[in-house]
Design a protein around this ligand. Structure first.
Ligand code: CMC
Length: 428
């Protein structure tokens, strides 16, 4: 059986045979389909890229119907169970899990870059006291590009690796400073004796000169949350990272753009929206009424549904387990009961079952972040820290991919044509 697709254009009666590779045809092969010689040729129309592969990739595999997520071929459940975040970061960037000595070197090479320039710190201090932490993170990451002008040399692998390490090291520092700023507290500098996640908690919560010892259960929970959020193939923000990167912009500018895409409530801002929703519902007894309003189209059930998963999001299952361990240390988040009731009713309801809407990664993560003591405005920032690794892994892959070009989609133009400009005084 030949690996080809035969298309008949009923406008002309002509038949075309297109090669199929990886169950895909190349969009450019459609361009030969035309009625007249001067036609532009056939295109596909795909708003939101519902069915368009923009790249070949070896980073993350998702089978949305079966609820499978793998990084570089390793199931997310095993990575969350057996690895810490830095091992997974190494895996995403280099493609293989590290040996102990490689992991030690990797940790050391990240630690060398955790401090940010004092001018950046001062720039952060000039934000208003109530600035949204995500807005601060986005603009501060963009500002980093002015400190590293050599980062523009994106064609050199060594240079890309240096900027990759810098970003993985500095994003948690900036993230913690956004929190300290919103609290009006002095910034706590990175402590390089601590692990990546323990250092982050230290920068967030250490208040005085007294040593702050983060609870190991919380450190582990944060490792798990970071692992689950580290990559998710060609999602909205990753596509932005690739789109901006495709113009050969420096990675700080590209990553700031990716973080901006993550900020929206339909993407990484959903965990913030979930907490707002749970607060608005207020009590378990109000859940049925809320579900009714969702079904009538008044609003969406935040933290539910996913473009790719048409089954339970495997990350949500792991987070739900993790939440119980965190609540043993922090005390139970009272909003959990509302979340559990929402999930219970939704999973039995024809509206949600029929549309294959299941809890996604954001449904429970906010409850953990809140139990750890974070305000809701920090939730998207907590998503951006680990996703930085995914964005960079995908950016590196794109920069080495000979198929990639500057991103430039087509449009179907339906506007007016060839009008004559009337002088302003004669216009009606
Ligand atoms: N609540 C109620 N109805 C929903 C929801 C929801 N959360 N999500 C989708 N639907 C309905 C939607 O109204 C539509 O119904 P109908 O066919 O009757 O018009 C149907 O399900 C298909 O929805 P869609 O909007 O075509 O699906 P999509 O793939 O374009 O959207 C989504 C995916 C994640 C944007 C959407 O499910 C959503 O808005 N969810 C809430 C926001 C959220 O939790 N986002 C986090 C995503 S996971 C973290 C991440 O990767 O960033």
């Amino acid at each position: 059986m030949p690996d080809t697709l035969t298309i008949t254009d009923n406008r002309t009666g002509k038949t075309y045979e297109l090669p199929i590779e990886h169950d895909t045809i190349r969009a450019m092969d459609l361009r030969q389909i035309r009625v007249r010689d001067d036609d532009f040729g056939m295109m596909t129309y795909d708003p939101g890229y519902m069915n368009t592969a923009s790249t070949k990739s070896t980073v993350t595999y998702i089978d949305g119907d079966r609820g499978i997520l793998e990084y570089r071929g390793y199931p997310i459940e095993q990575l969350a169970e057996q690895c810490d975040f830095m091992e997974v970061a190494y895996l995403l960037i280099y493609g293989e899990l590290p040996t102990q000595s490689k992991l030690d070197n990797w940790n050391e090479s990240i630690r060398q870059h955790t401090v940010i320039h004092e001018n950046i710190k001062e720039q952060m201090a000039s934000f208003r006291y109530d600035a949204h932490p995500m807005g601060m993170l986005i603009s501060t990451v963009a500002a980093l590009s002015t400190f590293y002008p050599l980062a523009k040399g994106v064609r050199r692998h060594e240079n890309r690796m240096l900027q990759t390490k810098r970003l993985i090291a500095k994003v948690p520092t900036i993230a913690a400073f956004t929190y300290r700023h919103s609290q009006g507290h002095p910034y706590t500098y990175p402590s390089n004796q601590l692990s990546y996640t323990a250092n982050f908690l230290n920068m967030m919560f250490k208040m005085t000169d007294n040593p702050y010892t983060p609870d190991p259960v919380l450190v582990r929970a944060l490792d798990i949350l970071f692992i689950l959020h580290a990559d998710h193939e060609q999602n909205c923000s990753t596509s932005v990272m690739r789109a901006v990167g495709s113009s050969e912009a420096d990675p700080y500018s590209a990553l700031a753009a990716a973080a901006a895409a993550l900020y929206g409530p339909l993407h990484g801002g959903a965990n913030e929206a979930v907490l707002k929703m749970l607060n608005e519902i207020e009590s378990v007894k109000n859940v049925p009424d809320y579900i009714k309003r969702v079904k009538s189209g008044e609003m969406r059930l935040m933290g539910f549904g996913h473009r790719v998963y048409k089954n339970y999001d495997p990350r949500a299952r792991i987070i739900k387990r993790c939440a119980d361990e965190v609540f043993d240390v922090t005390g139970r988040n009272p909003l959990l009961d509302i979340a559990l009731e929402l999930e219970r009713i939704a999973l039995e309801d024809d509206y949600f079952v029929g549309r294959k809407l299941y809890p996604n990664v954001d449904f429970y993560s906010g409850l953990i972040y809140q139990a750890i003591g974070l305000p809701v405005t920090m939730f998207p920032v907590m998503f951006a820290i680990p996703r930085t690794v995914g964005w960079l892994a995908q950016w590196q892959e794109m920069m080495e991919d000979e198929d990639q070009k500057i991103q430039r989609p087509r449009q179907i133009y339906l506007g007016k044509r060839e009008r004559q400009v009337v002088p302003i005084g004669q216009r009606r």
